[in-house]
Design a protein around this ligand. Structure first.
Ligand SMILES: [Zn+2]
Length: 399
């Protein structure tokens, strides 16, 4: 700065300079910050990485009229991607669209999309051989007629679609989406098989079918299928039990005291609100199902609901309580050893399996007297069917 400038001028100069810096900073603050984006990539070698940089530089150079610095990376990427999309992706959509309009099957991709209106169209279950059959028949029609076949109507029978195809020359073609098996449609048979084995309840099945809009097999058809189905399944179940039992037996080196089983049958009717319950018996070693029994609430009524029994195996005693927990009687007799399972008849007398006494005894309802009603080896679980008046006994040792 010149030495002979007056102090007043110098002050003004400095003030102007400070103001201009302030203005510039304010302007910078007002200008929106650019939003940054990044694309990272990995390459197999340095050469490859450098090649990519060279290529981007070449494109930027071409775009900037020889000077790569005139083009930003963003503009370069935008240009390259637009070029690709225009030449590949858009072309594909246009081709497909044209093919659909001209009814020419587009060989690479024949997936069609549906709109809101067609999303509620009729759905049905079909089979591979039925599709084959349709192709053959359409080709045969094409040999004798130039006119195009159109879907005229669809009738849903169970889960099967019965479609009527028509051409302008009034040729009619009736096609069902399922082949027959005997006098029933295969698709309906398979669907009912699925229903039977799924454990679905009838109302769940019909709700499922209604919601998915795939047709429903009516009750009459379902029953008639079941009539044929049930004996076959029973036979298969029987064979399965037999095989499972043989396999369980074969898993023992030497079978001396019978096989061991795992079962939930000793428990009382556990599902209080259900009409039926399954009791299952598995082989302890193979875990294969040896037996399934479905029991209903009717089979399983306890005749004396106000009496509760407890057996003490160690002490070899039987205890009877009222429903409010008061002890009514205690039974203990020297030879009635190893008291296990208990159940009572319709008069309130109690059957007790005495495992170590090898007998099942009947205790009178007042708990004072008893008599032996069955001699058997190691009785463990017992159950009295008061409807049929039958006592079931399960022994610890199978002999
Ligand atoms: Zn025709």
């Amino acid at each position: 700065m010149n030495e002979n400038i007056q102090p007043a001028e110098k002050r003004k100069y400095l003030k102007d300079k400070v103001d201009s810096v302030k203005r510039r900073n304010d302007m910078r603050k007002e200008k929106p910050k650019p939003i940054e984006g990044k694309i990272n990539f990995s390459s197999g070698s340095i050469d490859e990485k450098n090649l990519i940089y060279e290529m981007t530089n070449d494109i930027k150079k071409a775009m900037g009229g020889g000077n790569p610095n005139r083009t930003t990376n963003k503009d370069m990427l935008f240009e390259v991607m637009t070029f690709y999309i225009k030449n590949n992706i858009t072309q594909l959509h246009e081709d497909q669209h044209m093919a659909e309009e001209n009814n020419i099957p587009f060989l690479d991709c024949s997936f069609t999309s549906c709109n809101e209106e067609t999303s509620t169209q009729k759905l049905f279950v079909t089979a591979e051989t039925s599709i084959e059959n349709l192709i053959k028949r359409v080709i045969n029609h094409g040999k004798v007629c130039k006119s195009q076949l159109h879907l005229n109507s669809t009738d849903i029978k169970g889960h099967v679609g019965v479609c009527k195809l028509k051409c302008e020359e009034k040729h009619e073609l009736l096609w069902s989406s399922s082949p027959y098996m005997g006098d029933k449609y295969l698709c309906n048979l398979r669907m009912s098989h699925g229903f039977y084995v799924s454990g679905m309840l009838p109302n769940q099945y019909s709700r499922f079918c209604q919601a998915s809009n795939i047709g429903t097999i009516g009750e009459t058809t379902m029953n008639s299928i079941f009539q044929k189905y049930a004996p076959v399944v029973s036979q298969l179940v029987k064979e399965s039990y037999e095989t499972a039992l043989l396999e369980e037996i074969a898993s023992y080196e030497e079978l001396q005291e019978g096989i061991d089983i795992v079962t939930d049958a000793r428990h009382y009717f556990t599902k209080k609100n259900s009409m039926y319950t399954d009791k299952i018996c598995l082989g302890a070693r193979t875990h294969k199902v040896l037996r399934v029994e479905t029991i209903s609430k009717v089979d399983c009524t306890r005749p004396f609901k106000d009496r509760h029994f407890r057996t003490d195996f160690q002490e070899s005693s039987v205890h009877c309580y009222s429903s409010d927990g008061k002890k009514i009687w205690r039974f203990h007799k020297g030879d009635a050893l190893g008291t296990r399972s208990i159940c009572c008849d319709s008069h309130g007398n109690a059957f007790v399996a005495c495992q170590d006494f090898n007998r099942v005894i009947l205790i009178s309802k007042d708990g004072t007297s008893s008599k032996v009603i069955l001699e058997t080896n190691k009785p463990k679980a017992i159950c009295y069917d008061s409807v049929k008046s039958v006592l079931y006994v399960c022994s610890l040792k199978r002999r």
